[in-house]
Design a protein. Structure first.
Length: 271
């Protein structure tokens, strides 16, 4: 009986390890090494450098200190992005239209380009485009579009843990909103290109109190992978199913162990 149980256990473990190895090999194929530096390294509780200077959509030089005095929705994008950045800003505009909070007084939005080649004229065009999507009264000063030089851009993206890579004229980059408290403290990361008004409202309320909100970064990194072609996060089916399979396999092993222990006393009594 013991020998049969050990054989079953060995076969089961071998199958689980083989499956998990296949999943890992597939993941390594899906995510080349040159994408390893792209993603979010969360800096919750840290302050963004308020002395950094950018140019607003009108070409005026402004420091972050001048712009951050209420909770802030920070959106790092590049303005000529043909897909996910445009989708993020469009969905953000729709969410802001439904957001039960007063723009300018209860929050502001800072869209900052991480492409140093983009200039205020493009920022001005994009601002007009996205403000038109908001139907309710919305002060122009409540959503600022900023461009800057390479040094200031990298100081900011390093401070918020936002890592991207240029590929020709475009970029491979993560997709996230970063919520800041009025003092510039990073209090929450919101992942994906479709922010919900309720989530934004909760994040802004917590930011107004200086509270660091919960994050699902580890879950997102595990359950999703970055797709450089689509320039967004996509559900990682193989990794999740592999982990679930491994979990239930371990439960089955535990069941066999307890079953074997219960059978042994009966065998001893029969002898």
């Amino acid at each position: 009986m013991k020998t049969l149980f050990i054989i079953k256990l060995f076969i089961l473990l071998t199958g689980v390890l083989f499956f998990q190895g296949a999943v890992n090999a597939h993941m390594e194929h899906e995510q080349p090494k040159d994408l390893s530096g792209i993603g979010i390294d969360e800096k919750l509780g840290r302050l963004v450098p308020l002395d950094l200077t950018f140019h607003d959509e009108n070409g005026s030089a402004v420091s972050l200190r001048q712009l951050i005095h209420v909770p802030v929705v920070l959106t790092p994008v590049y303005l000529h992005c043909p897909n996910v950045c445009s989708l993020l800003l469009q969905n953000l505009a729709e969410a802001l239209d439904k957001l039960p909070a007063e723009p300018g007084n209860e929050y502001t939005v800072l869209t900052i380009s991480f492409d140093e080649t983009e200039k205020p004229d493009l920022a001005r065009q994009k601002k007009k485009t996205y403000l038109k999507m908001i139907q309710k009264p919305f002060p122009e000063g409540a959503w600022r579009f900023l461009t800057g030089d390479e040094q200031n851009i990298h100081k900011l993206t390093d401070a918020i843990g936002f890592h991207f890579k240029r590929v020709g004229e475009d970029f491979e980059h993560p997709v996230s909103l970063i919520i800041l408290a009025p003092d510039g403290k990073i209090v929450r990361y919101m992942y994906g290109a479709d922010p919900l008004p309720f989530d934004l409202k909760l994040a802004l309320v917590e930011a107004s109190q200086g509270k660091i909100g919960p994050t699902i970064a580890k879950v997102v990194r595990f359950c999703f992978r970055y797709d450089p072609k689509a320039n967004k996060l996509v559900f990682n089916m193989l990794r999740v199913t592999g982990t679930v399979t491994l979990f239930f396999a371990l439960l089955f092993i535990v069941f066999l162990l307890f079953k074997g222990k219960k059978q042994h006393p009966k065998e001893e009594r029969q002898e």
